[in-house]
Design a protein around this ligand. Structure first.
Ligand code: G4P
Length: 281
């Protein structure tokens, strides 16, 4: 078991609830599935973060999906702040029965503790800082930086446990690695940039063709041929976009590598629109 998992297993008994921060664009790929087992039995709040970058329809579908499975759900844009103000109320609602029981026993003023979990780059520090209303020390597992667990007071009677160490995502199938690379959660080197760009254009071409057409001023996307795989079709989409942008190399060929790099940058900067890259099945 990694150090972080050991820490979760040790600390879980000290908290009343667990809050998992997920990327609303890739709620499955940005979730470590071991968390279920490690936090079994605790009330759970799922934060769908980065909703400003996700397709609102996709976010609605995921919120319904998690609610149907018994989770409380909070939609958040930690960077802009939207949704973060509702955190304390969402926790109190999630723990309403427990809080009522405390009150009945006269245990007023008892502190509610919530463990916060999230894979790197999901927006965990930004979220905690917004919710706490100030900058808190980043917990990192290296010398000189806050090493031990950190309790962050949020509100009267509410504390967060930020987890030091890193909770890695699980690369269980290729689509998880691709989704994490598209969103920039992991470095591009899982695949060469051109192949990554082909996979992304193929996905967008399938689900959001209008966004590609308008971003790259294409009157219509090249049609996908029967039996054509994602990379082959994505390559033709990259070529079409690159041609429109004038990214040509000798012999009139399109510099598809350059186009792929720009497409990924524009996607991550939100210039192509708001997208959800996986939907509840
Ligand atoms: P982590 O602790 O989970 O590793 O992530 P962190 O909060 O450091 O956030 C990583 C990057 O994601 C930061 O951008 C942060 O501003 C951005 N971010 C976090 N939440 C959201 C969100 O809901 N929406 C959007 N659009 N961005 C979000 P950065 O470029 O590294 O820093 P900065 O330029 O914003 O300072």
């Amino acid at each position: 078991m990694t150090k972080t998992r050991r820490m979760i297993a040790e600390q879980i008994r000290h908290v009343d609830a667990v809050c998992e921060i997920l990327d609303a664009r890739i709620p499955v790929s940005s979730r470590n599935p071991d968390v279920d087992e490690l936090t079994a039995g605790k009330p759970r709040l799922v934060v769908l973060n980065r909703v400003d970058q996700a397709d609102p329809e996709g976010t609605r579908a995921w919120a319904a999906y998690f609610r149907a499975r018994g989770y409380a759900v909070l939609e958040s844009d930690a960077k802009g702040g939207a949704g973060t103000g509702k955190f304390a109320a969402a926790v109190r609602e999630l723990l309403a029965d427990k809080l009522r029981a405390y009150a009945e026993k006269g245990q007023v003023g008892r502190v509610v503790r919530v463990m916060i979990l999230g894979i790197p780059n999901v927006g965990k520090s930004t979220f905690i800082n917004k919710v706490a209303g100030r900058k808190t020390a980043k917990t990192e597992d290296r010398p000189g930086v806050t090493r031990s667990k950190q309790w962050v007071p949020i509100d009267r009677g509410l504390e967060l446990l930020d987890t030091p160490g890193i909770l890695w995502p699980k690369f269980e199938d290729q689509s998880v690695g691709l989704n994490l690379a598209f969103t920039g959660a992991v470095k591009d080197d899982i695949l060469d940039v051109e192949t990554l760009g082909c996979h992304l254009t193929a996905y967008l071409g399938e689900r959001y063709p209008g966004a590609l057409e308008s971003a790259y001023k294409l009157s219509a996307l090249p049609e996908r041929e029967a039996e054509e795989n994602d990379v082959a079709w994505g390559y033709r989409l990259l070529e079409a976009a690159g041609r429109r942008r004038g990214f040509l190399i000798s012999g009139g060929e399109v510099d598809t590598e350059r186009m792929a790099k720009i497409l990924l940058d524009e996607f991550r900067a939100g210039k192509l629109g708001r997208f959800t890259l996986e939907l509840p099945s």
